[in-house]
Design a protein. Structure first.
Length: 413
């Protein structure tokens, strides 16, 4: 089977996802991704006429983020029109899935050169046109599906898991503080510099060249002052039926009294961002004179309870390890998306991992989570950290809406 080599990985800085206020919020989503495409092209002398496909992740494919944003961004970047593209959605896991599918195309022998990545302009999607029934769940307002699998808001799911697993407010806050501390250290020491592509305004001036979201002064005391958020969602009507989130919860867990522990400080941040990776087989890599940075060892996707929704990173990690014929001890670094603090806490505990090798540069609680882009960002972050520490292998995974989790193992070459 051909190797799928990772030639390079780069990304935009993450801008605060505040409409009209975040540093990237005025930029068209296509243009945001296009600038990352332009950056990775320039860094590698990429011949865009040779690209077999661009596989791009975007979870909210509405209005400006619709119309196959992957193709529109490639065109906006001035790439050869031969560089076709497809845009996909696996909720929060889209950015790992785009890389996994790109790697599959190369490893199958059907493609020689693929660009994979993702984009999400959350400052835009908060105000973008929505469907007319104002559905606030992932089920598309489908009553038949809802009777089979009630799916609450993801933040409520996080609090449900924390309650069922016995995690306290102090537990989830401690990890959030650690995430901020690690991110602050990583930024100050330049751990992200290799990957960053500064984003420019149309006049050529810099819009953003650094992470905008982190709050390095975060402490347990400051987090303790924040009110929990998702208890406020419980009685909210989820669509035109008038049904509420607490009614969905009671369908599956009639006796569960949720201890709400998550808030803005221990949940993933709302940000804008984009990322891209170049994947190629051995013959094309040699033909270009490229030195690959890593290879894709294995990919996997796990599915589980749509009601709890966020528990699948552990099964996904076990599945991808089995496909790679590896043990946990073969992995030097782990990245698991901090969608909510409890996700990372449970991942570390259930797999018996040393917390020092999980999200060593902080995670989405400190840096933000641009939904469609995050998985691709995490793969690049893991690769940069493997090189910085002179380690070999990393496993990257994340939870998604609907109760799924993609995973990938990469290995330096």
């Amino acid at each position: 089977m051909p190797e799928a080599y990772i030639i390079d990985a780069c990304r935009s800085p993450r801008g605060a996802g505040k409409p009209g206020k975040g540093a990237l919020s005025h930029i068209h989503p296509q243009r945001l991704l296009a600038q990352v495409f332009e950056g990775i092209e320039a860094r590698n002398g990429l011949n865009t006429a040779d690209i077999d496909d661009c596989v791009v992740a975007c979870s909210s494919q509405v209005s400006r983020q619709g119309s196959c944003i992957g193709r529109m961004a490639a065109l906006d970047a001035g790439w050869d029109t031969n560089a076709s593209a497809v845009t996909l959605d696996r909720f929060c896991g889209s950015g790992i899935t785009s890389v996994n599918l790109g790697a599959m195309g190369v490893m199958s022998g059907m493609q020689d050169l693929v660009v994979a990545g993702g984009v999400e302009m959350m400052s835009y999607t908060q105000t973008a046109p929505r469907n007319e029934d104002k559905n606030k769940t992932v089920d598309g307002a489908n009553p038949h599906l809802r009777n089979l699998h009630p799916q609450p808001h993801q933040g409520i799911c996080a609090d449900m898991i924390a309650t069922l697993e016995g995690y306290t407010r102090e537990d989830v806050d401690q990890l959030a503080v650690m995430s901020q501390e690690r991110a602050d250290k990583a930024i100050k020491n330049g751990h992200f510099d290799k990957a960053l592509i500064p984003i420019k305004n149309d006049d050529g001036s810099i819009a953003l060249d650094r992470e905008e979201f982190p709050r390095p002064g975060t402490t347990m005391e400051s987090l303790a002052k924040l009110p929990t958020v998702f208890d406020q969602f419980m009685g909210v009507p989820i669509d035109n039926t008038g049904e509420t989130f607490d009614q969905l919860v009671k369908r599956a867990y009639p006796d569960l009294e949720i201890n709400h522990v998550h808030h803005a400080g221990n949940s993933s941040g709302v940000v804008d961002g984009a990322a891209a990776l170049i994947l190629a087989n051995e013959d094309y890599t040699k033909g270009q004179g490229w030195k690959p940075r890593a290879r894709v060892v294995a990919t996997a996707t796990a599915g589980g309870s749509p009601t709890l929704m966020l528990n699948e990173p552990v099964p996904a990690a076990k599945e991808v390890l089995a496909k790679a014929k590896m043990e946990l001890s073969d992995i030097d670094l782990f990245e698991v998306n901090e969608a909510f603090s409890v996700v990372a806490l449970k991942f570390i505990r259930d797999l018996g991992l040393d917390p020092e090798i999980v999200n060593p540069n902080g995670g989405a609680m400190a840096l933000g989570h641009p939904i469609g882009a995050t998985g691709s960002i995490l793969i690049g972050t893991a690769l940069d950290e493997l090189e910085r520490q002179d380690k070999e292998r990393a496993l990257i995974t994340m939870c998604t809406g609907g109760g799924m989790a993609p995973a990938i193992i990469i290995e330096r070459v």
